[in-house]
Design a binder for this molecule. Sequence first.
Ligand code: ADP
Ligand code: ASP
Ligand code: MG
Length: 413
Amino acid sequence: MALIVQKYGGTSVGSIGHIEHVAEKVATTRNQGHKVVVVVSAMSGETNRLMGMANEIQGQIAHGRELDVLLSTGEQVTIALLAMALQRRECAAVSSTGAQLDIRTDNKFNKARIKSIDAVRLKRSLDAGYVVVVAGFQGIDSEGNITTLGRGGSDTTAVALAAAVKADECQIYTDVDGVYTTDPRVEPNARRLARITFEEMLEMASLGSKVLQIRAVEFAGKYDVPIRVLSTFAEGPGTLITFEEDSMEDPLVSGIAFNRDEAQLTVKGVPDQPGVAAHILGPIADENIEVDMIVQNVGSDGTTDFTFTVHRNDYTKGMKVIDNTLKNIGGGQVGGDPNIVKLSLVGVGMRSHAGIASRMFTALAQEKINIRMISTSEIKISVVIEEKYLELGVRVLHEAFELDQEIGVEDTQ
Ligand code: ADP
Ligand code: ASP
Ligand code: MG
């Protein structure tokens, strides 16, 4: 008998028919003698619908305490419906909101972090024979306010619950049958990976692959939670996220991630003197705008150019902040481009192999894709390119690194 946490995403519970299908799967696992905790997302499109109404009223990208009260309703609907569907199958089930399970978070509305979970209560229900159906993406702060965990946060709820009850496996059921070499919606030749190392998954998630929320992967690393990504709609072994390293079999590149949520800001003609970066980025940080990539050019004529990327939602605000800063400095012009993307190659094999960057740049150059910024770390190389070249860029890199070719052995567990 195992203790299993299963998480079903929005598409998997997107209609009553789908919820019935999920109930069948959960009941089957339960009837095999396992203890099951199920985490569900809101029905597909629901979080966006709620967000849209809040944006209309707030007249900007909605935020704050009331947004979390609103968004958390999406998951409350699905836990109740799934618990009903399980009960109709004679499978004892009880639903629970984040607050009812005392999923305690910090007080950062809209992007809260989980701090603790009442595992005792959860275990009591499991020991009494119940399937516990938990609302993903939500918690409660120390003042009793409802909080949410950021988009894709149900993944994190699932992994955090798995860590809290020391589950044997955390199964993430979604609309693809595993983690692919890249988003299969963009590259039809993308291939499912039988396994991916935790480190690579962390990079893929942080560089834009939304198949798992980054915090879920961080949690899994911290508490050694075994995760498997699987399809709700098709049988198969899915993708196992592994912790062991096997450098003999490491491919050079395991996957390609991309992020469309970035925008580029450029400051031209600022005085080339010590402190210029701090002068420009200080006020940006003061406005809580996160900066990703940064490039400062070699100065000429006593002035220099400075380019960095921010979240696309912060583009207009970032422009205004820099405009103000330049007025204070007394020089320079601000420009920018919201239509850029970051494209990244990820692979632990990069550690021990040179020449990957040049192979990447050559492949992009052959398609006349201009690289605007570059950043590298031990196991990734990222470039910023124009958004219109995203699909082409993914395709040429997938081909250049032969990611459609099978390597290694299938995990048949
Ligand atoms: P859920 O609602 O189940 O949480 P998501 O939409 O959040 O599902 O995540 C699944 C989606 O992630 C897939 O439909 C796919 O388009 C996208 N995706 C992005 N990168 C990858 C990747 N490398 N492998 C698999 N899916 C990916
Ligand atoms: N419903 C939330 C979202 O759409 C959380 C999740 O599905 O993981 O982002
Ligand atoms: Mg998701």
